[in-house]
Design a protein. Structure first.
Length: 282
């Protein structure tokens, strides 16, 4: 049975809420990670990404309210000190159960009337899978903050929902020139023989913690990596991976109206095991 509870950060403590109306708020920053039996992968990187996103969002809002650029923001550090996102993070980590499977999400919300709200959604983990079918998103890129997780969550859900009637579980975002950037809810990596490839770094996308962990593993193992600009058609014959905090590494078994993909037997299982070996207690 799925379980979700909402906790608000106020007065230096988390307060469970029986009901919380979020209709007058927007998500400015968010992060989520998979917890199983009290362990998580690269939680420090999730912490680093979330705290950086909170700082960016608060600074950006202060600049907007001041009518200037981010560098002209008026005392955003005062707002950050009042929020105490570090204390919120530590408190959120502490309340996550050490048994069972969970998929908590922390959020920085901006109120329509002004001000900020830090929220923890303590959610039981959805069903996980080892494979996924993808489809290219053919419309305009709806992302407003492509390098920050949070503001575009609703838009990404809309993209994934839009490709589901075609039999896909994930939508792939392309540049205006047709190059592969990322999935709506995932990073993408692919294998050319024994070389592990990724999209060009200049293609704006969320800094995936799972992809960073896999690439760090590759570096430690001496596996060659390469960044390239590719269209879907140019991925024909490659082994394509979809990576996310919830599922870890999934193999892309098919691309709707796209390239035929391949799989080297045993490679997915080996790398999923390597990634799981990096899990540490909360």
């Amino acid at each position: 049975m799925s379980v979700e509870s909402i906790h608000r950060w106020h007065g230096g403590e988390l307060h469970p809420l029986d009901y919380c109306d979020m209709t007058e708020t927007s998500i400015a920053a968010a992060d989520s990670w998979f917890v199983t039996e009290g362990t998580a992968l690269a939680l420090g990187l999730h912490r680093e990404r979330f705290l950086a996103a909170v700082t960016e969002a608060v600074t950006e809002a202060a600049a907007t309210e001041a009518g200037g650029e981010a560098g002209d923001a008026v005392e955003p550090h005062l707002a950050l000190a009042a929020l105490n996102p570090v204390g919120f993070w530590d408190a959120s980590r502490a309340v996550i159960p050490r048994t069972g499977d969970w998929f908590p999400r922390v959020e920085l919300q901006h109120r329509a009337a002004g001000g900020w709200l830090l929220v923890l959604r303590l959610r039981s983990a959805p069903e996980r899978s080892r494979s996924v079918v993808v489809a290219s998103w053919g419309g305009e890129d709806p992302r407003t903050h492509p390098r920050r997780k949070g503001p575009d969550l609703a838009a990404m859900l809309a993209l994934r929902t839009a490709v589901q009637p075609a039999g896909a579980g994930e939508a792939v975002i392309l540049t205006p020139e047709g190059f592969v950037v990322e999935g709506a809810y995932s990073a993408l990596l692919w294998w050319r023989g024994e070389i592990l490839c990724r999209p060009l770094d200049e293609f704006e996308r969320v800094d995936s913690v799972t992809a960073r962990s896999v690439l760090a593993l590759a570096a430690a193992l001496g596996v060659e990596t390469f960044a390239e600009a590719v269209t879907p058609a140019e991925l024909a014959g490659t082994e394509l991976w979809s990576l996310s905090a919830l599922h870890g590494i999934r193999i892309v078994t098919a691309w709707v109206d796209g390239p035929a993909l391949a799989e080297l037997p045993g490679r997915l299982s080996t790398w999923r095991a390597r990634l799981d070996a990096l899990r540490k207690p909360l």
